[in-house]
Design a protein around this ligand. Sequence first.
Ligand SMILES: [Zn+2]
Length: 129
Amino acid sequence: MNHSKSTRTDTLLARYALNFVGLKREFDELRYFCKGTVLKRMMKCGQQRCGCHTDPTKRHGPYFEWTYKEKGKTLNVRLHPEEAPVYEAATQQYRKLKSLLLRMEGLSRKAIFRFARKARVEKSHLSNR
Ligand SMILES: [Zn+2]
């Protein structure tokens, strides 16, 4: 068995383990989350003579909507202006969760690769004696 290579693997694995603990700590900090986005819209009304139809700055609103996909369908939920920040924060948490999950998966993949190779190398080392 190549001793220096084994040490390098162990150093890497120790670093991965430390990084993984750090990511789990970020996981702990997650708050309630929901997928989707919060949209802010200015709308035209039904009255044809209203200024909103010709002047974009005279449109009504803002109106807020939380929009998300479920089973391939896009759903829209009208929100009160006071509710919008709550949903906005929750959708940010969801994006944070997804990025965290990706980073944990990437890190896991690297660690698993090293563990698997280590297991293989150690077994062949034993059988070569
Ligand atoms: Zn109008």
